[in-house]
Design a protein around this ligand. Structure first.
Ligand code: ADP
Ligand code: ADP
Ligand code: ZN
Length: 216
């Protein structure tokens, strides 16, 4: 299964990507997670990426394309992958097409998770992520069993630096301007699967699975 998950920041891409990756037995490739790991390690990539991420801006296309190309060539993507957070611009989508063509594979679908702006803002306010394994929680909609502690690995839950209201507003604006045109792009290629993301996590997950099986 080769899938791209699209949608505004906070739509639930990471949440659904993890569930889909587990269900299909393929890796989740989350460009945001890759960048945050580089920032933590203080690599040259991390230092460069941080400047953009802190402002809510997109990291340049050539940097992102290089990261994804390298990652897709690792062995465990043989049976597929769930791409979460890439592509985010038309040039990134065009590069992805070239990379996959070179690999001799095709995307099965582009899943577009649709959520109204006001609901997104609410989600950010409660988002907590595990600083160790990257698992995502919400203090109201998807709380951990023990407050502040990751269910999966016992790691500490933190609020992401770019989840403050001002940066979030900015990121949603950037999405509208630079990423939303991809909806039309993939629609024209007949690859788009629109999903109403404004429902409980399990309902959204079941809907994505059944749509990928071609039931509806
Ligand atoms: P969210 O899903 O909440 O928008 P991500 O974790 O996917 O957040 O991304 C966090 C930040 O990392 C983005 O705001 C952006 O700065 C950077 N980033 C992630 N993926 C990309 C990409 N494909 N192109 C450019 N920047 C990216
Ligand atoms: P994205 O990767 O698109 O930025 P996340 O998966 O990190 O989004 O989800 C954003 C926040 O909203 C998280 O706190 C998550 O637990 C919560 N969330 C995800 N999906 C839903 C949903 N269907 N209903 C309510 N809250 C959700
Ligand atoms: Zn964890």
């Amino acid at each position: 299964m080769r899938i791209v998950l699209m949608g505004p920041p906070g739509a639930g891409k990471g949440t659904q990507a993890k569930k889909l990756a587990e269900f299909f037995g393929v890796p989740q490739i989350a460009t945001g997670d890759i960048l945050r790991a580089a920032v933590q390690e203080g690599t040259p990539l991390g230092k460069k990426a941080k400047e953009y991420m802190d402002k809510g801006l997109l990291v340049p296309d050539d940097v992102m394309t290089g990261i994804v190309k390298e990652r897709l060539q690792e062995k465990n993507t043989e049976n597929g992958f769930i791409l979460d957070g890439f592509p985010r611009t038309i040039p990134q989508a065009e590069s992805l097409e070239k990379i996959l063509e070179e690999m001799g594979v095709k995307l099965d679908a582009v899943v577009n998770i649709v959520v109204p702006r006001q609901e997104l803002i609410e989600r950010f306010a409660g988002r907590r992520v595990c600083e160790v394994c990257g698992s995502t929680y919400h203090i109201k909609y998807n709380p951990p069993q023990k407050e502040g502690i990751c269910d999966k690995c016992g790691g500490k839950l933190i609020t992401r630096a770019d989840d403050d209201v001002r940066t979030v507003e900015k990121r949603i604006d950037v999405y509208e301007r630079e990423t939303k045109p991809l909806v039309d792009y993939y629609q024209r290629k007949n690859m788009l699967v629109n999903i109403d993301g404004n429902r409980p996590i399990e309902t959204v997950f079941e809907d994505i699975k059944s749509r990928l099986r071609g039931e509806g």
